[in-house]
Design a protein around this ligand. Structure first.
Ligand SMILES: Cc1ncc(COP(=O)(O)O)c(C=O)c1O
Length: 386
């Protein structure tokens, strides 16, 4: 069996043609293709095109969103510790104080509403939730908390391209939703992001900050007068037309690819259950068309060492990963995380199995066979060195 990488890039000849079309348009920076990309993304998640702003990354989207809150010193933003570091970095760069919350349980790795409520103070201005692995957070309870405490709700929907909660696409349930098109996401533009919101004034602001604070984009100015105004200080967080062209092409196959991911996730789950393999399966009962299946996380039992487990797979040519090292486990962020019982336990027990649309049947079977083999060999003697 050849090497099985954790992830494989899903770029085909149609994607390549789309980029070439953009190159041939004689326009590389943000222009007509970006407007089309925003429109197509809006259609994908069933919202209006005015509700979507494409950006250079999700980090840029988060940074601009948090900047718009005008956070003052000691204003707090609650977020899960189990997420990518961009979430906390952008809170800090926007001048806020991060407060890290726990996940629900070993079977639900999304942020716990109970943990959020315990951490709410008079200084809480915003909450960032992460739809981990593509499964929705407990939106009923979180929206109830929002109503009660009136915080600004940001949905990090990077894993949820595209998932739904009660028929509404994730990212459209809070004040703002942010997405990433980084190359390992369910669809990609290489680097890229999207902000979605129903608040038109907020999005007008985002469009301006994205483009140095300039009142109108170049393509709009080319249509009328070239002169422009600066309405507030801004940054350069634009996506370009090359990447937008790729995004337009990738959108076309996203739902089809998510279905392939669903079939693999289904197969993994039933194999693990049928063979009584001693790992926890978060979100075990969540199967169906509402999820993006971005990751397939498992939780190792207490007696299994993660490095040992991952090395065994590596020796068999399979690359595993884990998402993530919880933020409070980094020395520089330790002070922001207290009482995170579930996150603490899973921090060195969480493993992600390869799951992507191009993973062939033979590869899936080989991954499952290796999993079976590991537990057969090491369940009783997990300390045996490899
Ligand atoms: C949950 C989560 N949040 C934020 C980000 C940051 O996205 P980007 O790389 O587009 O800045 C990522 C990307 O890896 C992510 O997975």
């Amino acid at each position: 069996m050849k090497q099985i990488p954790f992830f494989s890039l899903n770029v085909d000849h149609k994607d390549k043609k789309a980029i070439m079309r953009s190159l041939n348009n004689n326009w590389l920076t943000m222009g007509s293709q970006t407007l089309i990309f925003e429109k197509k993304f809006a259609e994908l998640i069933k919202t209006s095109k005015v509700n979507c702003v494409a950006t250079s990354s999700c980090t840029a989207s988060l940074h601009m969103t948090l900047l718009s809150l005008n956070l003052k010193k000691d204003d707090e933003v609650i977020l899960p510790s189990l997420t990518f570091v961009a979430d906390i970095n952008t809170v800090i760069f926007a001048g806020g104080k991060p407060v890290l919350a726990d996940v629900n349980s070993y079977s639900d790795l999304t942020i716990s509403p109970e943990s959020i409520e315990k951490k709410i103070t008079k200084k809480t201005k915003a909450v960032i939730i992460v739809h981990y692995a593509g499964y929705e957070c407990d939106m009923k309870k979180i929206l109830d908390l929002k109503k009660k405490y009136k915080f600004f709700l940001i949905e990090d929907a990077c894993h949820a391209l595209v998932s739904r909660y009660k028929k509404t696409y994730l990212g459209l349930l809070g004040d703002v939703g942010v997405f990433s098109f980084y190359s390992n996401k369910n669809m990609t533009t290489g680097e890229g992001g999207m902000i979605v919101s129903k608040n038109k004034k907020f999005l007008y602001n985002m469009r301006s900050i994205r483009n140095h604070g300039i009142s109108k984009s170049l393509i709009e100015r080319n249509k009328s007068i070239l002169s422009y105004n600066i309405i507030k200080p801004g940054l350069n967080y634009r996506i370009d037309d090359l990447r937008s062209s790729l995004g337009i092409s990738q959108i076309k196959k996203l739902k089809r690819n998510n279905l392939k991911r669903m079939m693999i996730a289904k197969k993994y789950k039933s194999f693990i259950i049928r063979n009584k393999i001693d790992v926890g399966i978060p979100f075990q009962k969540k199967i169906g068309f509402d999820y993006s299946y971005h990751l397939f996380p498992i939780i190792l039992p207490p007696n299994i060492n993660r490095d040992h487990f991952m090395k065994f797979f590596k020796n068999d040519g399979i690359q595993l990963s884990f998402h993530y090292i919880p933020i409070h486990k980094f020395k520089i962020f330790k002070k922001y995380g207290k009482n995170l019982k579930f996150t603490d336990y899973i921090s060195n027990k969480l493993v992600s199995l390869p799951l992507h649309a191009d993973l062939g049947k033979k590869q899936q079977d080989y991954i499952l066979k290796t999993l079976y083999k590991y537990f057969k060999r090491f369940k009783k003697n997990p300390q045996i060195s490899l």
